[in-house]
Design a protein around this ligand. Sequence first.
Ligand code: FES
Length: 199
Amino acid sequence: MANEVVDHGRRRFLTATTAVVGGVGVVAVAVPFIKSWEPSDRAKAAGAPVTADISKVESGQMVSYPWRGLPVFVVNRTKEQLSQLPGLAPRLVDPDSSVSSQQPDYIKSPDRSIKPEWLVVVGICTHLGCVPEFMPMIGPEPFDPNWKGGFFCPCHKSRYDLSGRVFAGVPAPKNLQVPPYHFVDDTHIQIGVDPKEGG
Ligand code: FES
């Protein structure tokens, strides 16, 4: 286990990494890509669930886990970040998460999560599939003077809030997708399994 400082433009923030377990290739994203596979390579290729250890993800941090060949972002949101979410509704395309394809039915806005502090979303832009950047700091950005933290897609400048809800007036048409997941316990999330199946 190690911490590294990621230089993110004019900000710096700590991100967590874990030791590599298994031999899967790393998908290039701007955040640590944690390999915590339990299944075999063959099972992984078939899309088996992935259990993520979130015990070392500190408040305000994000880590990325591979699932079905996709990066799944897991964010430990701060209370301040969560408090920004309701007020963003007028600026969003689908503030109430009404597009059913973008989340399981147990995921509701504005936090779009099972436990409010933990956001779990597929890190693939709904425009043309780039990997958005995690930009959690609240404050003016060149692309938004009223930025409350979220995700910015560098390909065509789509923006999402810290619930993965897409802003109006950008190319991306839908919110980031929330995959099925459930909490195994307080420090482990199983991605790919609904709560009613996983207990
Ligand atoms: S792929 Fe993200 S904005 Fe186009």
